[in-house]
Ligand binder design. Structure first.
Ligand SMILES: [Ca+2]
Ligand SMILES: [Ca+2]
Ligand SMILES: [Ca+2]
Ligand SMILES: [Ca+2]
Length: 163
């Protein structure tokens, strides 16, 4: 029976040690009086304010979740952490913003508009790239607007003056 009692005693000793170590580890993240360094036991938290799974790279080491903005894991590369529709996984759309976080705004999605002030379906060849149709511009026009106007002017002149 003595062996049994020793076993029970050892068991409680082990449990006691685990509890003591468990409690002391709750104080992690605080500066150690011996080394003056912050203990590395606490996990790294990643800021992801817009909860799109991507962080802007801001991190905190803490045993407790620092705030609702922080998550335990997130992918790097969020160029706008306040906009869930902007991160490296998104598709670039024409909106004046860098949607896919590649440091380029509206790359490959800008529309070309052709200057056709007189709205005759012909353009002088002057174009503008934009997301929205500028005034005096159309999305489709045939080339040769300038020659066409010259010819029109010439034929009107000839009608009046005779050529
Ligand atoms: Ca984010
Ligand atoms: Ca974002
Ligand atoms: Ca972009
Ligand atoms: Ca865009």
């Amino acid at each position: 029976m003595g062996t049994w009692k020793n076993f029970v005693g050892l068991f409680f000793l082990v449990v006691g040690i685990v509890v003591v170590f468990g409690l002391s580890s709750a104080g992690c993240g605080k500066k150690s009086s011996q080394t003056g360094k912050t203990e590395e036991k606490c996990p790294v938290w990643f800021k992801d304010s817009d909860k799109d799974g991507y962080t802007d790279g801001t991190t905190k080491v803490s045993c407790e979740k620092p705030s609702d903005e922080y998550v335990s894991s997130a992918t790097a590369g969020d160029c706008n952490d306040n906009e869930p529709n902007i991160n490296p996984a998104k598709t670039e759309i024409c909106d004046g913003k860098d949607n896919n976080c590649n440091n380029q705004i509206d790359e490959g999605v800008l529309l070309v508009f052709y200057k056709d002030t007189d709205k005759d379906g012909y353009t002088d060849g002057i174009t503008k790239v934009s997301c929205e149709q500028p005034g005096g511009y159309v999305s489709q026009a045939l080339p040769g607007g300038l020659q066409r106007r010259r010819q029109e002017y010439k034929s009107k002149y000839c009608m009046v003056q005779g050529c």
